[in-house]
Design a protein around this ligand. Structure first.
Ligand code: PFF
Length: 450
């Protein structure tokens, strides 16, 4: 089969924009800066870059490759490949786990994206002459303490996501990313310009790129590997699904390198935009945690003007939006293939499920704050299981499947026209380096956390 029943990307650029849109998200602009700040700046960045190059990139290539071979949703693709290669049908469990992880991630991702919608609204209101944010910590605290408000923003963001996925690959996903990704880059460069005017760009670069090797320990590795998977949208078959819509003639390694470079560049540029502002208005970045951009930055925006706040939070909304559609797409595609539901109904059903699950995250921020699962709050627990366990486990299994189980003929077919040296290097990474490194991090992570 050369085509997918869901539609196809119209060009290589369309795929790169969609896949980069999936990769670039809250992970780059919200999570990466605060993780770097919590884990010693340069030390974390260095380990993170190694994780992307040695594990992220080869697994990204593997996912896209499997997707393009099957041209279907992950579960059916695995079933078909298993039949062709005489492997066990149990491998399709990777697709099932991916769908579960996708719905779990979407459930809390949409809640956090709802916060960014709320802040976009606050700055828009200020710009239109309404009241500003007087006390950023109090504002953030009030939002988290108000389940109704959180639920409504969560619902609004979920509706935005369904609206795109319901329209399908060409009319929904592709049209959205072609318009949103350039907007995202425009806003990022604007913020970078603002950051540069503080005169602290150099300090921010030193913070991000000068590694203090004494800060590199096991915890940095675990966090960096988890972040590499989360940021590249790996391990839950989202990239595999996007690969299913990729035309034959496109070179997968080249496209994947483009996506990985874009994702990494945006994380670093987001750091270079945010840290000069933090240094100027708040001081040396150490720690800050998930609240970094919601409490620290509004202090700076109060002095820089509401427009800077509006641009920053709208940038986050756009980044989150192009990612959330890739969280919804795999399960939607599966339902379209296996049931009589239309794409619209399928997307709406999955989103409704993720929205309902998201209510548990909403309530864990206020009414259910005391509830603990294995010592974690509900939202933290879902994030931990999905991001830190399911994604690396999915990535590990995908690399084993492609490196050791899939027939050489199928692999070779997807690498047509790719230089032999590139193919060999990828094979070593996907067979040995990625599964061993991810395996170690996974086992140590489970031991450290539970
Ligand atoms: N890569 C996204 C981010 O960095 O925000 C998050 C994400 C999207 C993870 C899609 C996984 C996924 F399948």
């Amino acid at each position: 089969m050369q085509q997918s029943m869901h539609g196809m990307w119209s060009s290589r650029l369309a795929f790169i924009l969609a896949a980069a849109g999936s990769a670039v998200g809250l992970g780059n602009i919200w999570r990466f800066p605060y993780l770097a700040s919590d884990h010693g700046g340069g030390a974390f960045v260095l380990v993170y870059l190694a994780c992307i190059a040695l594990c992220g990139l080869p697994i990204l290539i593997a996912e896209v490759m499997i997707g393009r071979h099957g041209h279907r949703s992950p579960v059916l693709t695995f079933q078909e490949i298993a039949a062709q290669t005489g492997a066990s049908r149990a491998w399709s469990g990777i697709g099932w786990m991916g769908m579960v992880a996708g719905v779990l991630i979407l459930s809390f991702y949409s809640v956090v994206a709802g916060w960014t919608l709320h802040y976009t609204w606050l700055y828009l209101r200020e710009l239109l002459g309404g009241p500003g944010i007087a006390d950023p910590s109090a504002t953030f605290g009030e939002l988290l303490g108000n389940p109704l408000e959180l639920t409504l923003w969560h619902a609004a963001f979920m509706l935005m996501t369904v609206a795109v996925v319901a329209l399908g690959v060409e009319k929904g996903l592709e049209r959205a990313v072609k318009f949103l990704m350039p907007a995202l880059f425009g806003m990022l460069f604007l913020l970078l310009g603002w950051g540069a005017t503080t005169g602290h760009l150099g300090d921010a670069a030193v913070f991000l790129f000068k590694p203090d090797f004494s800060r590199i320990d096991g915890a940095v590795f675990l966090t960096a590997m988890g972040q590499a998977f989360f940021s590249l949208s790996l391990g839950m078959c989202a990239m595999m699904t996007y690969g299913a819509y990729l035309p034959r003639e496109v070179s997968i390694p080249r496209a994947a390198i483009g996506v990985a470079l874009t994702d990494t560049a945006v994380a670093l540029l987001a750091g270079l935009a945010i840290f000069p502002i933090v240094i100027q208005y708040i001081g040396t970045p150490t720690g800050g945690g998930p609240g970094l951009i919601f409490t620290s930055l509004p202090n700076a925006f109060a002095q820089m003007g509401a427009l800077s706040g509006l641009v920053f939070f709208f940038l986050l909304v756009v980044a989150a939006w192009t990612s959330s559609i890739s969280l919804l797409e795999p399960t939607t595609a599966y339902l379209v293939e296996r049931t009589r539901l239309s794409r619209r109904a399928a997307a709406a059903s999955v989103a409704a499920l993720a929205w309902l699950l998201g209510l548990a995250s909403v309530l864990s921020l206020n009414r259910w704050q005391e509830v603990r699962i294995l010592g974690f709050g509900i939202m933290d627990f879902i994030e931990l299981v999905a991001n830190d366990l399911m994604l690396p486990l999915g990535g590990f299994l995908i690399s084993v499947f492609v490196g050791w189980v899939l027939s050489g003929r199928i692999v070779r077919e997807q690498f047509e026209g790719v230089p032999e040296a590139v193919f060999r290097a990828w094979l070593v990474l996907v067979r040995y380096v990625a599964p061993i490194l991810v395996g170690i991090v996974l086992v140590r992570g489970v031991m450290a956390r539970f």
